[in-house]
Design a protein around this ligand. Structure first.
Ligand SMILES: N[C@@H](CCC(=O)N[C@@H](CS)C(=O)NCC(=O)O)C(=O)O
Length: 218
């Protein structure tokens, strides 16, 4: 049975979307329009009661959470080397992936969906401003990771193969534009993201999602 990936254009589901395209496997992409609130409607809630993308459905199994989906895809398509084989290198990639997912990403969610975290317009405005600043700091940390990889002559953030860190970095840097952060200010990261965007699998996911990399409007 063909796998299904529930995704939303520009959302964090870009991570498994670009991994699946890179693996060159047949899957059915199912678009969920978050801006129309489809994640809260019955058909999608029946798939994921938590109302979030990404969701990977493989036969009888429904898998959510990027960190879990990435490990599943890595095990299913070992030839892709999405995660390094070496124990320590793999642990380091998972460490950074978890940080992206549990720290960088939710900081942006406070900017993009402040109504999830505070009730009044004043509190939401404060959350937006405060977290946009914090987000710029976290992108600066990500810039350091891209710089270190480049200095080591490492082609990708997790090693010598394209993987989840590269796809997540692209997504997180792109989101910066919504927070009034100029991506080109992060020189190493911007160069890396542009390079990653040209990989055939990543380019396919970008095309399906119709993504523009630089959303910053001065
Ligand atoms: N920790 C979750 C985060 C998922 C998440 O935040 N998804 C967002 C899109 S980037 C979403 O579906 N938001 C819709 C909503 O919360 O209403 C994961 O790794 O899958």
């Amino acid at each position: 049975m063909t796998m299904k990936l529930y995704f939303s254009p520009g959302a964090c589901s870009f991570v498994p979307h670009s991994l699946l395209e890179s693996a060159g496997v047949a899957f059915e992409p199912v678009m969920v329009k978050l801006h129309k609130g489809e994640q809260n409607e019955a058909p999608f809630r029946a798939v994921n009661p938590r109302g979030q993308v990404p969701v990977l459905v493989d036969g009888e199994q429904t898998i959510t959470q990027i960190v879990a989906i990435v490990q599943y895809l890595d095990a299913r398509y070992p030839q892709q080397g999405f995660l390094p084989q070496d124990l320590l290198a793999r642990t380091r990639v998972l460490e950074t992936l978890a940080w992206m997912n549990n720290t960088v990403h939710p900081t942006f969610t406070h900017v993009f969906m402040p109504y999830k975290f505070a009730g009044t317009p004043e509190a939401q405005a404060e959350l937006k401003t405060f977290n946009a600043k914090a987000y710029a700091g976290l992108l600066a940390d990500l810039e350091q990771l891209a710089k270190q990889a480049a200095e080591k002559g490492q082609a990708f953030l997790g090693g010598d193969r394209f993987g989840p860190l590269d796809a997540y970095a692209l997504t997180l840097l792109r989101w910066g534009g919504f927070a009034q952060i100029d991506p080109t200010g992060f020189t190493a990261l911007w160069a890396h993201v542009q390079k990653v965007a040209q990989l055939p699998g990543v380019a396919k996911a970008i095309e399906r999602e119709r993504l523009q990399l630089n959303l910053y409007k001065p």
